[in-house]
Design a protein around this ligand. Structure first.
Ligand SMILES: NC(=O)c1ccc[n+]([C@@H]2O[C@H](COP(=O)([O-])OP(=O)(O)OC[C@H]3O[C@@H](n4cnc5c(N)ncnc54)[C@H](O)[C@@H]3O)[C@@H](O)[C@H]2O)c1
Length: 299
């Protein structure tokens, strides 16, 4: 679908990171943008920045895990602009807590935002795209390769799967709706601090994982691809009707290796060398060393 001035893009998770870069990228192509997010203040900042590019920008406070919120987002967009052309289901959270021994709420949170947010976005906006439009779902390389955390991997595998189904369904019935799925490795965003948006209704925030691992992830993310690079590739995929947006070859190679192992019916093995991270064996050694350190004397 050719991107044209005056069209309308809706972006969820638009206050920060990849979502904000998408909003700015579409604005530079002349599209008016509806920015949706749960973080009120940063959403206002992002919306002002998009408006400065010279298009109309509207902020709608939206929790994508709540269907009625996404419905209200669509209503607001349609009321203001009369139509929608590009919908980016991008809002997502990284996760928190021990998946097997910690509280179940960490699963509910991640699946609520990363999976149900995408389902709500597709189901709510699809009826308004039938004259021609494009849906972009932000998954992750974790949608092709398990290895981040179980709830995150599960949510992103689900996003890849339903995106592929949607793409095929649109072609089968001949509807002019393009679909793309975005599968990045690390991107320089605030994803490591996702718990800032932990919803009060889920109770106490689960404990973080081992600090050593979080520290390495924080550094890897800080040194990784920019959100603008991802946004450029998404804009290109929308314009050319391409499904896969896989920005980093090194991460993609790992996913391909995993599929070679599946093809050979080999049992799974953890990823030893993840781009941007120290070897897994080194991280484990660091954790072991930290655990064996004697506790500091009490004053
Ligand atoms: N940063 C990475 O390394 C990376 C890699 C692969 C995929 N992704 C995916 O990219 C997407 C965007 O994340 P990001 O990296 O830009 O992180 P980010 O934290 O910078 O941005 C995510 C945005 O989503 C918003 N959000 C969180 N919960 C929400 C909810 N319930 N409803 C609406 N908005 C909500 C946040 O407020 C934030 O503005 C996510 O789906 C994430 O899983 C990120």
């Amino acid at each position: 679908m050719e991107l044209e001035a005056g069209q309308v893009a809706v972006v969820t998770g638009a206050a920060s990171g990849i979502g904000r870069a998408l909003a700015e990228r579409f604005a530079r192509a002349g599209l008016n943008v509806v920015l949706a997010d749960v973080e009120r203040d940063v959403l206002a900042d992002a919306t002002a920045a998009v408006a400065e590019i010279g298009v109309e920008a509207m902020a709608v406070l939206t929790d994508v895990s709540v269907e009625s919120d996404v419905q209200a987002l669509a209503d607001a967009a349609l009321e203001r602009f009369g139509g929608v052309h590009v919908v980016c289901n991008n809002a997502g959270v990284g996760g928190r807590g021990d998946p097997w021994f910690g509280p179940l709420t960490s699963w509910h949170w991640v699946l609520g935002v990363n999976f149900w947010g995408v389902v709500h976005g597709i189901r709510t906006f699809l009826p308004h795209l039938l004259a021609g439009g494009h849906i972009v779902n932000t998954a992750s390389i974790a949608g092709l390769l398990p290895g981040v955390t179980p709830p995150y991997d599960a949510s992103k595998h689900a996003v890849v799967a339903i995106s592929e189904d949607l793409y095929n369904d649109m072609r089968t019935v001949g509807l002019p709706v393009g679909v793309s799925v975005v599968c990045p490795g690390w991107v320089r965003t605030a994803i490591v601090d996702s718990e800032r948006n932990w919803p009060a209704r889920l109770g106490e925030v689960p404990d973080p994982g081992p600090e050593i691992v979080t520290g390495h992830i924080r550094r890897a993310v800080a040194e990784s691809a920019t959100p603008a690079l991802v946004a450029d590739q998404v804009a290109d995929a929308v314009a050319t009707g391409r499904f896969w947006v896989i920005p980093q070859d090194d991460f993609f190679d790992l996913a391909v290796q995993r599929w070679h192992a599946v093809a050979e019916r080999r049992d799974p093995e953890p990823i030893e060398e993840m781009p941007g991270m120290p070897p897994r064996s080194q991280i484990i050694a660091e954790i072991m060393e930290a655990m064996s350190d004697p506790a500091p004397p009490t004053p």
